[in-house]
Design a protein around this ligand. Structure first.
Ligand code: ATP
Ligand code: MG
Length: 499
């Protein structure tokens, strides 16, 4: 085995009395992809933030090239050749992709006016990794998956020796994820040490050479990929076996439309909704499939009342829930899990309890007899401390917090955008259970997802969104195939359809 680039030597990190990382020892080796696995809150991000200089270890040492290294901040880490792509992003949404990359470009500071000279090399990695992203677009116009790829380009541009990717594929389409896998393998072949934090077993199967498993802050196992079956890896990760088994959609006794979209038009940045008609009945789960960037965000934000409706109707039980006045507070009676909850659905400096009460606080109404601890436990938000600031939760636990608020009370309708993003297997099961329970209790559920297998397994109907229009709605009679939906998503005919 080549000499390790980085050695964690008995490293610990506490937050108050919470041990986020305990006595962790681990080597990071050039030319290798190391997958770091573990349940939500296991300490994966914290461990890597120690190497990136975001936090300092309380105990233990980090050795770089065999010598103890004092890493006081990210600039020290970058000097060590370490780059990290975070679970949440640090792009400037109002600037173009090109300008964001130039700002992070280590060689030519943008204020020298020599930016144009290096522009082509600044864009090299972008062209290779994400050829479809137009560098002149503003970052705000990109899908969240595309933003992730721009973040990755920033790290590739600093020519790092160690590249840490914190759950890169949770926001990528299957196509983007495949391209990323190829890229990760290429980096390793070029001698880079790649650390891949992930919940997706497909990432492990496609890329990993070695696997480190964390549980409650400890590294409980390190093994070569392929040394144990994945089911065993999952058991080590979660402490028990998890079967991913989605319920078939429950029969709807009597169809009563509750959430109704009629000729919905809206105008977003570089995207418009072109007259959407869709009715979701009480008890029904309608899945929306589509390649990211085809209007999913605009559709969700328009239905949720975050984005103004241009024309048409959005009705819940016959009453309009569209927001006509942008100054009016958003107070829809709809349960809403937006994409990117950290940016869109929580106030990080506020407590867990206040975040659970956020709707009532915004509306200025009271909440009698509200027990935040009960919500936190039911949705397995860890640690379940109502007074803790939301920003200190791990990525997955923050997602669970938003789910607790939106799914914790009975809703007439539910709009769930990628509700299982960044969750471990046990949490995914829990979110689906709560979501389908809402439907069984009579809610109309609109579910935007990238996971075709899950949509096909559990939705009553699957709608396909392409270029801001619903191009197909298919009854789930057990004959829908991935290929059929995939062809509709991209606008290509399925290979087997009659010519
Ligand atoms: N800045 C902080 N202040 C207080 N506690 C923190 C802070 N950052 C992390 N923690 C806690 O440390 C523990 C480990 O968090 P970490 O983010 O490393 O988990 P993770 O394995 O990355 O989980 P996920 O898969 O959900 O992203 C969690 O219990 C979290 O609440
Ligand atoms: Mg994390």
């Amino acid at each position: 085995m080549p000499k390790p680039l980085v050695e964690f030597d008995n490293v610990s990190k506490r937050f108050g009395d919470l041990a986020a990382v305990s006595n962790a020892s681990l080597d990071i080796v050039p030319g290798e992809v190391l997958a770091v696995l573990g349940e939500n809150g296991a300490g994966k991000s914290t461990l890597m933030k120690l190497l990136y200089g975001i936090h300092a270890p309380d105990e233990g040492r980090i050795l770089v090239d065999g010598a103890p290294s004092r890493i006081a901040g990210p600039s020290d880490a970058m000097r060590n050749g370490v780059g990290m792509v975070f679970q949440h992003f640090s792009l400037l949404p109002a600037l173009s992709v090109r300008d964001n990359l130039l700002l992070a470009w280590p060689r030519t500071p943008f204020w020298t006016g020599k930016a144009n000279r290096s522009t082509s090399s600044v864009l090299d990695n972008l062209h290779r990794l994400a050829p479809s992203i137009d560098p002149e677009k503003t970052v705000g116009e990109l899908s969240i998956g595309e933003q992730q790829l721009v973040e990755l380009c920033k790290v590739l541009n600093i020519a790092a020796r160690v590249v840490i990717l914190d759950e890169p594929t949770s926001v990528l389409t299957p196509e983007e994820a495949r391209r990323l896998h190829g890229f990760v393998r290429q980096m390793a072949a070029d001698g880079v040490a790649v650390v891949l934090i992930t919940h997706k077993l497909a990432d492990v199967e496609a890329c990993a050479d070695r696997i480190a498993i964390m549980r409650r802050g400890e590294i409980v196992r390190v093994l070569q990929a392929g040394q144990a079956p994945m089911s065993q890896v999952v058991t080590w990760m979660m402490g028990s076996e998890i079967v991913h088994d989605l319920p078939r959609p429950a029969a709807i006794a009597r169809r009563v439309d509750r959430l109704v979209l009629q000729s919905v038009r809206a105008q977003g940045a570089g995207m418009s909704l072109k007259g959407i008609d869709l009715a979701v009945a009480g008890g029904e789960v309608v899945g929306v499939a589509g390649v990211a960037g085809n209007g999913q965000t605009l559709l969700a934000e328009t239905v949720a009342g975050v984005h103004p409706l241009e024309s048409g109707f959005i009705l819940l039980d016959g009453e309009s829930i569209a927001r006509t006045d942008p100054r009016q507070p958003v107070a829809t009676p709809l349960g809403y899990i937006p994409e990117n909850p950290r940016g869109n659905a929580v106030v990080e400096t506020m407590s867990l309890a206040d975040n659970l009460r956020l709707r009532e606080l915004a509306a200025g109404s009271g909440v009698g007899g509200f027990d935040p601890g009960q919500y936190l436990r039911r949705f397995n938000v860890n640690p379940p401390e109502p007074g803790r600031a939301a920003g200190t939760l791990s990525g997955g636990n923050l997602q669970k917090l938003v789910a607790a608020r939106e799914l914790g009370a009975p809703r007439g309708a539910l709009l769930a955008c990628y509700p299982t993003m960044g969750l471990d297997l046990a949490a995914i099961e829990m979110i689906y259970r709560e979501m389908f329970a809402q439907a069984r209790a009579g809610a109309a559920v609109l579910w935007i997802s990238e996971d075709l297998d899950d949509l096909i397994a559990a939705a009553h109907r699957v709608a396909v969104l392409r270029e801001g229009a619903i191009v197909s709605v298919r009854e789930n009679d057990g004959t829908i195939s991935r290929e059929e939906i995939g062809a509709l998503m991209t606008g290509m005919r399925p290979a087997l359809s009659a010519a």
